[in-house]
Design a binder for this molecule. Structure first.
Ligand SMILES: Nc1ncnc2c1ncn2[C@@H]1O[C@H](COP(=O)(O)OP(=O)(O)O)[C@@H](O)[C@H]1O
Ligand SMILES: [Mg+2]
Length: 211
């Protein structure tokens, strides 16, 4: 990149500082055990907030469409709102970063006894079967400039809430992450790894986006 004006240089320097800041933050997050600051929150409200700010991000505006489906409320659940926003943001960002040109992200909220579930599915490039078992590992990344800490953090935060996360993917078609949080009104139902099925592509109908 050529930058000959001091203004431009300063702008680049500031952007880099921003980027490094985010990087250091990710490393620190990965090293610290997450201490949760719990509040009674509706997961769908958090989703709406994150989707709203994601929609204003100039990198993805007009290129990535985000839709929210399912329940309008998942009731009040004991959550660390900041951390869960971070989880959702990371999943949206990953989805957008793994889309060739334009595409869609659909978030579906559903409720069962004991469990609040969110499915976040994208129409991106998908994840090859041989990578599926590694994407939650710290430092596993296929993205240029990636840290490989995004999903490791996502998993730690979800687990710290007593929740669980599963992934389904079909290369060329897309990826879906399923998050489950205990609601305290019955036995929590973790998303089971049978359903996380890279290993078993029959389970991937879940990815078929209508239309
Ligand atoms: N929605 C997605 N679609 C396709 N691949 C994904 C998606 N989310 C994550 N991945 C894969 O998982 C890897 C790890 O993701 P992450 O931990 O967020 O690290 P990073 O984004 O820094 O690469 C990515 O590099 C990519 O290979
Ligand atoms: Mg990431």
């Amino acid at each position: 990149m050529k930058a000959d004006k001091p203004d431009e240089l300063q702008e680049i320097a500031l952007r880099e500082v921003d980027r490094l800041d985010a990087l250091v933050e990710e490393f620190l997050d990965a090293a610290r055990p997450p201490r949760l600051d719990l509040l009674q929150v509706d997961l769908v409200d958090l989703v709406r907030e994150v989707v709203r700010s994601f929609g204003t991000d100039p990198r993805y505006r007009g290129r990535v469409e985000v839709e929210l489906e399912g329940e309008a409320s998942l009731g009040l659940v004991s959550l660390d709102a900041g951390r869960v926003r971070q989880v959702l943001w990371n999943l949206l960002l990953n989805a957008a970063q793994h889309m060739p040109e334009s595409g869609m992200i659909v978030i579906t909220a559903s409720r069962r006894v004991g469990t609040a579930e969110l499915q976040i599915r994208d129409t991106g490039v998908g994840i090859p079967a041989e990578h599926l078992g590694r994407i939650f590992d710290p430092f596993f990344s296929t993205r240029s400039g990636g840290t490989g800490l995004g999903l490791a953090n996502v998993e730690r935060i979800v687990r710290a809430h007593g929740g669980s996360i599963a992934v389904y993917s079909k290369p060329g078609q897309g990826t879906a992450f399923l998050l489950s949080f205990p609601t305290g009104d019955g036995p929590a139902r973790p998303v089971d790894s049978e359903r996380t099925a890279s290993r078993d592509s029959q389970h991937l109908e879940v990815l078929e986006v209508d239309g």
